[in-house]
Structures are given as C-alpha cells and as structure tokens.
Ligand binder design. Structure first.
Ligand code: BJW
Ligand code: ZN
Length: 258
C-alpha cells in the first residue's frame, strides 16, 4: 500500500476511534531538540552509559554527577518547545476524542502542548524527592528553590538526605496507580498509536501487546524498526512531527489526476 494511502487509512482509524491511547517515548520529543535516551549521549556525557547515570546505584555512587546531568537536561527541556507531534496529540483531545497519553518521557512536553490526560510512567524531571523516601514528591513541585544549585543535590529539608530526580530508574517500580490506569486505558482502547519508542523497556513496552490482545489496532510511528512492528496493524515509517499532524488533517488535496 502506498505511503499516502496508509496515512489516509490510519487517519480514518483515528477518526473512528472511540477511545484512543497515544503511547510515547523519547522519539516524540526528538524534534524538540531533546536527544533520545539511547542515541549516543551528546557532548560531556558521551562517555557515560545512560543506564548507569539513570540508576539509583549511579546516583549513590556520585550524586553530584547524576544531579548535574539531570540539571543540564532540565535546562535543555526548559529551552525546548513542544513540537508538531505533541501539538497534534493535544489537538486530538481538544477535538473531543477520548485520548489518554501514556508517556515514558519525563520532559513534561505533552502537558506543555496542552494534553490534559497524561500518564507519566517514568516520572517527571521537574520534580524531586527525598533519596531516603521520607518526603512526598509533590513537596518539591516546580518553583521550589531546590533547583537553584545545578552542581549538586540539595539536602532534603526534612531529613537532610540528598534530593533525587522524581523519575523511575532501571530496577525501580513504576508508580503503581499510574501504571494501573495506563493498563486500564490500554485494555479499553480501540486504537493505540505507539510513537517514538524503541519498546525495549518493560513493563511499559508490554502495553501495546496488552491493547492488541484486547482487540485494539496498534499503529507504530517510528523512523526505525522496533520489536513491535511485526504485530502492528500498521507501521508508519517516519518522524513523529511529520506524521502525527497528517493523522489529524486531510492530506493536501492532490492537484489534477487520480
Ligand atoms: C523517533 C524520532 C522521531 C527517533 N520521531 N520517533 C533486572 C532487574 C530489574 C528490572 C529489570 C531487569 N532486567 C530487565 C528489567 C526490567 C527493566 C528493563 O526493561 N530494562 C531494560 C533496559 C532491558 N525495567 C525496569 O527496571 C522498570 N522497572 C521494573 O521492571 O520494576 C519491576 C521490578 C523492579 C525491581 C526488580 C524487578 C522488577 C523501570 C524502567 C525505568 C526506565 N527508566 C528510564 C529512565 C527514566 C528517567 C530518565 O529519563 O532519565 O526510562 S531508562 C529509559 O528507557 C527511559 C525511557 O523512558 C525508557 C524508554 O526509552 P525510549 O523512550 O523508547 O527511548 P529510546 O531512546 O530507547 O528510543 C527512542 C525511539 O525513538 C527509537 O525507536 C527511535 O527510532 C525513535 N525516534 N527520532 C519518531 N523524530
Ligand atoms: Zn528526606
């Protein structure tokens, strides 16, 4: 099937969907200038393995190093803008469709684009919490001064332990209530768009199979192959900021001819 026809077919599925899940990974923010997780880390961080930095062991081994990496990413995210993919996803919800955004990203860009139903499976880089778990993540909501010092983690105001980013590192449990709602949305949707994820990290990567086994169509949007492609109803090979807007609106009418 030609590329334009595939887009038109999936656009019809989006229009007809009663309940939609948009499941996203780092690729949906790539065109906002945020490097994806497994792309070679840029600049200073090129020599580090992201999963070593994004781990509790890595943080405990060198809290200042990991805190600085997150502070740099927070600063980059602060300068970034939601891109056309984030905006198209928010527009879907604004047009009245029942859309749940289930994201693995911690960059808050879906919310900044206007999406309201956003389930953050791996937390949010703009929040911090006590390393020893004495406080409530919301205690350090954006705007607190804990972000003042990018060089090293400030002490928890309650117990003095270092603060850590309120994100989910490898080996850590996902927020159970959030993950349960994501499973509920996956089981109840009739269409799941899987946008910009390598689908390598579990249990998040289980959600597309859960949706498909419950009868939903799963559509993958990714410029590269993923392990989900073989069992997707459709694979749209390309970039999120190009494809997502075209799933909302008519393709530019072909002039003349068939
Ligand atoms: C574009 C594009 C464009 C590019 N347009 N697309 C041993 C012990 C414990 C657990 C495990 C274990 N072995 C395995 C596990 C499970 C483990 C896991 O899956 N590990 C894998 C690494 C193998 N999972 C966990 O540990 C999870 N917890 C868990 O299992 O708890 C239960 C448990 C606990 C204890 C014991 C046993 C069980 C937690 C996983 C947390 C993942 N955390 C991170 C960091 C978050 C914070 C931060 O961001 O700093 O989440 S790691 C990283 O992976 C991050 C991402 O959200 C996640 C997914 O990555 P994503 O989004 O797919 O990014 P990329 O870069 O991989 O892919 C980008 C894609 O975009 C590519 O496909 C590109 O082609 C595409 N793309 N440009 C569209 N323009
Ligand atoms: Zn504390």
């Amino acid at each position: 099937m030609k590329r334009g026809d595939e887009l038109a077919e999936v656009r019809d599925w989006v229009r007809a969907a009663r309940r939609l899940v948009v499941f996203t990974g780092a690729g949906v923010s790539a065109e906002s200038g945020i490097p994806t997780f497994r792309d070679a880390l840029t600049g200073l961080w090129a020599r580090f393995d992201p999963e070593r930095l994004a781990s509790e062991a890595g943080f405990r081994a060198d809290p200042a190093l990991v805190w600085r990496w997150y502070a740099e990413r927070r600063a980059a995210i602060g300068q970034a803008q939601p891109n056309a993919a984030h905006r198209a996803i928010a527009e879907l919800e604004a047009r009245g469709a029942h859309v749940a955004v289930v994201t693995q990203n911690v960059d808050n860009l879906h919310r900044r684009a206007g999406s309201r139903e956003v389930l953050e499976l791996h937390g949010n880089i703009l929040r911090a919490r006590c390393l020893e778990g004495c406080g409530d993540p919301d205690r350090f909501a954006p705007g607190s001064d804990w972000r003042a010092d990018p060089r090293e983690p400030p002490p928890c105001p309650r117990c003095g332990a270092p603060l850590r980013p309120d994100v989910v590192w490898v080996g850590e449990l996902l927020p159970q209530a959030v993950f349960a709602r994501a499973e509920h949305e996956a089981l109840g949707c009739d269409l799941m768009l899987v946008v910009g994820t390598s689908a390598l990290v579990y249990p998040a990567a289980d959600l597309p199979a859960l949706a498909r086994d419950a009868g939903a169509r799963v559509v993958v949007v990714n410029p590269e192959e993923t392990p989900l492609d073989a069992r997707a109803a459709r694979v749209l090979r390309g970039k999120a900021a190009t494809i997502l807007p075209r799933l909302l609106d008519e393709l530019p009418e072909r002039t003349g001819g068939a």
